[in-house]
Design a protein around this ligand. Structure first.
Ligand code: BES
Ligand code: ZN
Length: 634
């Protein structure tokens, strides 16, 4: 195949740190609705209630955290304390309630005096409420604690599981409800805090956080951080490893292990242009620097928008910038998500839908219309696949998550349906008017966490009223609160895909041999479109012919490899299975491995292969990847 692979980057077969399983046992609790139970009577959702936190910010609200943590690689524990500043919203409030999961609470005090507290029995999804009796005066409490080696939001990698082999690595992933597994806090996106941290590590290692990072800091094992803007708990993040820094632009740079530092800086060299283009259209960047951190391949997501420092999977470093829309996406969250934040996990579409819309806009500004159009068509196809497979209730953007684990409800709905909805608004009122609306929206709600209801009220007052000839709240309601995509929604189209359809059809009809297909100039997106739209069943002869002509089994592009391996599993194309095994044990990104495990689990022979790969990889997978995929190998 002809996709240029400048960097033949083999995602190290090492992978993957230790593999905790969630040992919390589901138990019955009363307040809030236990996420491990479905409520028996259907009550109306309170739109501003966070059903995934025990915290009591309506009574006592935490406003600042001061962390002092030692990173103990031998014990796989963070050990130390957090001092929480709080505000008494109800002056007669008696207790501060925090979220925790599998934390070992050693002492709770205020001004040096021990306080009484209770730690509730653990709920399988929500963890344990920590209820602290408040001191009569003052507005600070200190909790001394240690994390569990199985913390759901932390992955510990041994030196052997890193690329450099010499030093261990640690990273956190707090979204959606995992910050509570490494800090006792009010773990709700409604609660915004500033934070300071002292992080103590082995001397040779560098710690970085979702905060001000000094690229020139002395590597002495003691690192100070400050996040002066109030952020929701799911954006608190820490990583520690043999990290090095390389600048990309004036405000942008990359942290990574040395093996991939130069490749990452080259792949993502357009980050500064993306930042400048986004500011021009959607208002000033609020967070000072924008750096990237390249994680080990076990990172369970593509990216995570930790403020000032997005966490990025190495699986998008393809050598040709073909997968950099991920960077546009995480950068866009600096506006939609980090500046204006979803108030509860029901409102996730406000984060991800706006961000996906902004991502398309950034890709268009930086890489042009053709690139944007291809990505929009692929996104629309991903959305359709979910609409065709998810139950109706799960196709609703403002989804009812009561009694459910947010980790188990991940889909394209909040992303691509949200983006398509915003695209429709744009098309109806015109780009200039819509951009002005978005600019105003980001300013109006800056550093606030808002519900879908608040958004709807704002949209009505600031766009629908002015454009009542083309917009109606009825249709907007349908987008946000009904399944599917409304009739007459925008239809993304790409000319570059027309020839791909022609070639695929001619090949399938037998009128064009794969060896005679002239497609030296196809982009990665054209390849993905070519593969993703193959019929479900292909013959062995057809698969062999494609593989011989284009070397698909050997593709180093992780997205193309994913599409091809999925076809190979669904059609039992054995020549790809060695590569499939290598892929599954070297990558822990859920989006790439989950569909493969799922497809393998459909047949007894496939399940055996899945079991073999999972058993080999499990120790190195992130807790979330273990939780998501173990169901397919049981
Ligand atoms: N914030 C998300 C990741 C996330 C969402 C973690 C919900 C936990 C719960 C991040 O910005 C994201 O959307 N990542 C995508 C990127 C893709 C859509 C470009 C991913 O990881 O695949
Ligand atoms: Zn996102």
């Amino acid at each position: 195949m002809t996709t240029k692979v400048i960097l033949s980057f083999v995602v190290s077969a090492l992978l993957l740190g230790c593999s905790p399983t969630n040992q919390d046992k589901p138990t019955t609790t009363t307040e809030p609705v236990s996420a491990s139970e479905t409520p028996t009577t259907v009550q109306a959702i309170k739109s501003d209630k966070d059903y995934h936190s025990y915290g009591n910010p309506d009574e006592v609200k935490v406003t600042n955290l001061a962390l002092d943590l030692t990173v103990d690689f031998a014990d796989k524990m963070l050990k130390g304390s957090v001092e929480l500043d709080f505000e008494r919203i109800k002056p007669d409030a008696k207790a501060l309630v925090l979220d925790t999961r599998a934390l070992n609470i050693l002492n709770v005090s205020a001004a040096g005096k021990t306080l009484n507290y209770t730690l509730a029995e653990a709920d399988g999804v929500l963890g344990s409420a920590l209820t602290i009796e408040l001191p009569a005066t003052g507005n600070k409490v200190k909790v001394e604690y240690q994390t569990s080696p199985e913390a759901s939001g932390v992955q510990w990698l041994t030196p052997a599981q890193t690329a450099g082999k010499k030093q261990p690595f640690l990273f956190t992933q707090a979204q959606a409800i995992h910050a509570r597994s490494f800090i006792p806090l009010q773990d709700s996106p409604q609660v915004r805090v500033t934070y300071q941290a002292t992080i103590r590590t082995p001397k040779e290692l560098l710690a970085v956080m979702s905060a001000a990072n000094d690229p020139d800091t002395a590597r002495d094992g003691e690192y100070e951080f400050a996040m002066p803007q109030p952020i929701p708990s799911y954006l608190i993040a820490l990583a520690v490893g043999d990290l090095h820094f390389k600048a990309m632009g004036e405000r942008t740079g990359v942290y990574a292990e040395s093996y991939i530092l130069d490749a990452a800086a080259a792949e993502f060299e357009d980050t500064e242009s993306m930042l400048i283009a986004t500011e021009k259209t959607f208002g000033p960047y609020s967070w000072d620097r924008y750096d990237l951190l390249i994680l080990p391949p076990s990172f369970p997501f593509g990216g995570m928008e930790n403020p000032r420092l997005s966490f990025i999977t190495p699986t998008v470093i393809a050598g040709d910038k073909s997968l950099v829309s991920l960077i546009a996406h995480e950068l866009a969250h600096s506006w939609s998500g980090n500046t204006v934040t979803n108030a509860t996990w029901r409102d996730l579409w406000l984060n991800e839908g706006f961000t996906t819309y902004l991502t398309y806009r950034i890709m268009e500004m930086v890489y042009g219309e053709k690139r944007f159009a291809m990505e929009a068509v692929l996104g629309r196809q991903d959305l359709q696949a979910d609409i065709d497979s998810l139950p109706a209730d799960d196709q609703i953007m403002a989804i009812d998550l009561r009694g459910r684990d947010p980790d188990a409800v991940f889909s394209n709905i909040p992303y691509e349906k949200g983006a398509l909805f915003l695209r429709e608004l744009e098309q109806k009122v015109g780009r200039a008017a819509f951009d002005e609306f978005l600019l105003g929206y980001f300013q109006h709600f800056a550093f606030q966490s808002i519900t879908t209801d608040q958004f709807e009220a704002y949209l009505h007052a600031n766009l629908v009223k002015q454009h009542s000839d083309v917009l109606s709240m009825d249709r907007i309601n349908q987008w946000i609160h009904a399944a599917g995509v409304p009739e007459g929604a925008p239809v993304p189209e790409s000319d570059a895909f027309t020839t791909v359809d022609q070639v695929r059809n001619a090949w399938l009809a037998g009128s064009l041999a794969a060896a005679n297909i002239v497609n030296d100039d196809w982009t990665v997106h054209q390849w993905l479109y070519f593969l993703n739209n193959m019929p479900e069943k292909l013959s062995q002869a057809q698969l062999t012919e494609l593989d011989a002509a284009f070397g698909l089994t050997a593709s180093h592009n992780n997205e193309i490899a994913h599409s091809w391996l999925l076809i190979s599993v669904n059609n039992w194309y054995e020549p790809a299975f060695t590569r499939l095994h290598e892929y599954l044990v070297s990558i822990g990104r859920n989006k790439l491995v989950k569909p493969l495990y799922k497809a393998l689990s459909q047949t007894p022979e496939g399940k055996k292969m899945a079991q073999k790969a999972f058993a080999q990889a499990k120790d190195g997978y992130h807790p979330l990847t273990v939780k998501t995929n173990e169901v397919f190998v049981e």
